[in-house]
Design a protein around this ligand. Sequence first.
Ligand SMILES: Cc1cc2nc3c(=O)[nH]c(=O)nc-3n(C[C@H](O)[C@H](O)[C@H](O)COP(=O)(O)O)c2cc1C
Length: 148
Amino acid sequence: MAKVLIAYASMSGNTEDIADLINKTLTSLQHDVDIKEIDQIDAEDMLSYDGILLGAYTWGDGELPYETEDFYEEIADVDLTNKKVGAFGSGDTEYPLFCEAVPIFEKALVKSGAELVVEGLKIEFSPETDEDIQRCTDFATAFSKKLG
Ligand SMILES: Cc1cc2nc3c(=O)[nH]c(=O)nc-3n(C[C@H](O)[C@H](O)[C@H](O)COP(=O)(O)O)c2cc1C
């Protein structure tokens, strides 16, 4: 089965909860998953995987969190051709740019040649309702199908 990297940034644990749910689903579908905090890895590390899912909460005025900035800048320096990718994150709909970290990551990944195979997953705060938990599971299942 495919080698998958889930890399995320989470300050108060909400994005981490999403990452954990995605990890559970992908692992139960027999994928070989590594789950890491983004500030502990380099963008080059993505090259060891078939599939990559990046997650972050949104900060400031629709911005990426500070601790993802180095990784984000490095994405431009790696060739992600043939990599299947997606993005997820937690946010708060009170802000005008809800979960903007998700499209910011998606654009950077695609610009480096990756194939975006799932629609970005945006969750308000932590995935606590049955509906939000299901959305996380569905996101991971859809990603798994694209990995083949
Ligand atoms: C100063 C500040 C700025 C924020 N800006 C945004 C924003 O622009 N868009 C958004 O969707 N959420 C925004 N949020 C909300 C967080 O993304 C949200 O609380 C998220 O669930 C935190 O995820 P975490 O638990 O993974 O850290 C902001 C929160 C704070 C405290």
